[in-house]
Design a binder for this molecule. Structure first.
Ligand SMILES: Cc1ncc(C[n+]2csc(CCOP(=O)(O)OP(=O)(O)O)c2C)c(N)n1
Ligand SMILES: [Mg+2]
Length: 360
């Protein structure tokens, strides 16, 4: 009889700037200077203002629905800053801050949340997929796109996002399995915000970490403090570099918290303990960087106010354009495929002939 250990691995968790704004000097990435931290802080502030604007628009009936990112700014901004120009971004439906940083016009994002198909049209030459609302369907797509990058030797990686709940879907495992076998340049960011609508993380999986799900596919996994923008930046940057140089995928579980509701159709007070919310309020991703920068005399209340005023101006200008947008209902038939298949063109003609959408 033989008894031997045939599998042994570990999950590391990294955090660099803590809740009080203190940085771990030994872990601090060499390619991150004060100017970069400042830039990332400002963009987190922009993301928060964007979020507040969309929430307010929805409450006024000027947007149909919205999935807030409040609390998840560091995961999104840190990872967006880590991506290279060529890298391809594949979101689920909550990564508005990444969309903004990747250059998707603000106006288009407003148009999307106003419910118009045109908001889904990829803004070329940017390299990304549009939101995937069916949970985890973006993952097999991302694996396939990553395979194409390897096959065509483009030197680009694919960065795909999925929620904690999304890791329970078959698509998640299938995408990881494929990525592991073909060693594609794929970085999977599990944006673990502790909730999948009303299902808490503990009821989502009995696994101690979600990152360890990577191991079954022969992929490396790690956890990062998802409320620490510097730690996320470092983790994602390293993962992209490694996935390209060693031709293998990587899974990063970013531990964060959905401070708001799942979407504007949801009310978390019905299922969530407010004491939990208070704990995470102290871990606010903006607060710690503000403390970090203030201690270095790089930030103060005046700068904060100016930033906010500037953000509101930028957002209002984009919104004004978006609200003048006249949608074309036939666009639901367009942009689905690179060409319009017969079945869609005959439906489009029938619809036009019946005048379905020409009236009020
Ligand atoms: C296949 C599928 N099942 C169910 C839903 C309904 N639904 C939308 S979001 C969501 C929860 C997603 O949770 P998570 O993956 O943690 O992402 P988060 O919303 O927290 O960002 C569910 C169940 C859906 N959109 N698609
Ligand atoms: Mg979630």
């Amino acid at each position: 009889m033989v008894v031997k250990q045939v599998f042994d691995d570990k999950i590391e968790y990294i955090s660099i700037i803590d809740e009080n704004g203190n940085a771990d000097a030994a872990l601090f990435p060499k390619d991150v200077d004060d100017a970069l931290v400042l830039r990332m802080y400002k963009r987190m502030g922009f993301a928060r203002d964007f979020d507040a604007k969309l929430l307010s628009l929805q409450r006024q009936g000027r947007a149909v629905t919205y999935a807030p990112l409040l609390g998840e700014e560091a995961t999104q901004i840190g990872s967006a800053f880590a991506m290279g120009e060529k890298d391809i971004f594949v979101p689920s439906f909550r990564q508005h801050a990444v969309q903004i940083e990747r250059g998707i016009p603000l106006e288009l994002l407003f148009i999307y949340w106003m419910g118009f198909e045109e908001g889904c049209v990829v803004s070329k030459p940017l390299r990304y997929l549009t939101n995937a609302v069916p949970v985890s369907t973006q993952l097999p797509h991302a694996s396939g796109i990553a395979f194409a990058q390897k096959y065509n030797n483009t030197g680009a990686a694919v960065v795909v996002y999925v929620g904690d709940g999304g890791t329970s879907e078959g698509d998640f495992y299938e995408a990881l399995n494929f990525a592991g076998v073909w060693k594609v340049p794929l970085v999977v960011i599990i944006e673990n915000n502790q909730w999948a609508i009303s299902i808490p993380r503990a009821k989502q999986s009995a696994a101690l970490t979600l990152a360890q799900k990577a191991f079954a596919a022969g992929i490396e996994g790690m956890q990062v403090d998802g409320n620490d923008v510097v730690a996320v930046y470092k983790a994602v940057k390293d993962a992209i570099r490694r996935s390209l140089s060693e031709g293998g995928p990587f899974v990063i579980e970013a531990i964060t918290y959905r401070m708001g509701m799942h979407t504007t159709a949801d009310d978390p007070t019905k299922y969530r303990d407010s004491s939990d919310e208070a704990i995470w309020k102290n871990r606010d991703p903006l607060l710690r960087i503000r403390k970090y920068l203030s201690a270095k005399n790089l930030w103060d209340d005046d700068k904060e106010r100016e930033l906010h005023e500037e953000n509101v101006k930028t957002l209002d200008a984009a919104l004004e354009k978006a609200e003048k947008f006249v949608p074309d209902p036939s666009s639901v038939f367009k942009n689905v495929y690179s060409f319009m298949p017969d079945v869609l063109s005959s439906e489009l003609s029938a619809g036009e002939a019946a005048g379905y959408w020409l009236g009020d």
